[in-house]
Design a binder for this molecule. Sequence first.
Ligand code: B12
Length: 239
Amino acid sequence: MTHTTADWTQRFLSEAPMQEHSLSTSNQDAREAIWAALEGFERGAVLRVVQDFLRDGASRADLYVDVLQPLLYDLGDRWERSEISVAFEHYVTGVMLDVLARWSVVSRVELTSNTLVGACVEGETHTLGLRMTCDVVEAEGWTVHYLGADVPTVDLLTEVAIMRPSAVLLSVTQPASILKLSTLIAALRTEYPELAIVVGGQAINRTESLWRELGADAHATDARTTLAALRSIKRLQRG
Ligand code: B12
């Protein structure tokens, strides 16, 4: 059956989100403190809250999934309700990219033989979630090549031949990008049958079986569960 972008959008809207975020008190405190600092344009205060949160024993996956992710979802809801400007959303994005860059650590564990390429599909500029997943996997000893936003399908196909990853992480936030993802997966399957393909992002998260229908090998709803998704793929266990 051939799907159009309108089909995917309609299906996205008819599904309830699969993931609800329950915030523990410390997560909620951190999130509120970060939000207050952002509203006061105090980038340094944001970095200090993050530093304290991690020093108190939280992992980067905790920071990403339990604090920053819900804060960013909330930011989007506020933008949709016209409570904040696009300029303020850009400011928050800039501070978040700074947080990610500062706490992105080189792996403390032994390198595995696995290499990963992470990319947002063509037309998709929401990079923060992909960046978080790539960071968490890299910290577990994978070699990660993060390509970021809006990677043209044809260029990704070329780059896979050069980088020779064992897996790709493909991110889609908007339902309008699912058609591109579907085309990309089909092309990767044809050219690189051994390549493991893991998909994620909000456009995929709403619908339990969508990743299978699209022909991916696995799906993870957030950065914390991405490594488990990769480990579930038998081809990679041999690597
Ligand atoms: C920041 C932001 C932007 C920034 C992005 C900057 C950047 N460098 O990322 C900019 C300004 C570019 C932007 C643009 C747009 N945006 Co915007 N944006 C957001 C916002 C506020 C936050 C996004 C974010 O970082 N979320 C937090 C991350 C951590 O969550 P996540 O992406 O879900 O990632 C987690 C998981 O999904 C998973 N994951 C993600 N990727 C992958 C991949 C793999 C392989 C795996 C395993 C897991 C995985 O792990 C991640 C970490 O746990 C969201 C609100 C929201 N609900 O997210 C709106 C939002 C996504 N944007 C929206 C819209 C409408 C747009 C625009 C169309 C606006 C416009 N008119 O121009 C454009 C689209 C541009 C494009 N072509 O892509 C809508 C999308 C609605 C929809 N259903 O399509 C949202 C939901 C806002 C809203 N409430 O309406 N946006």
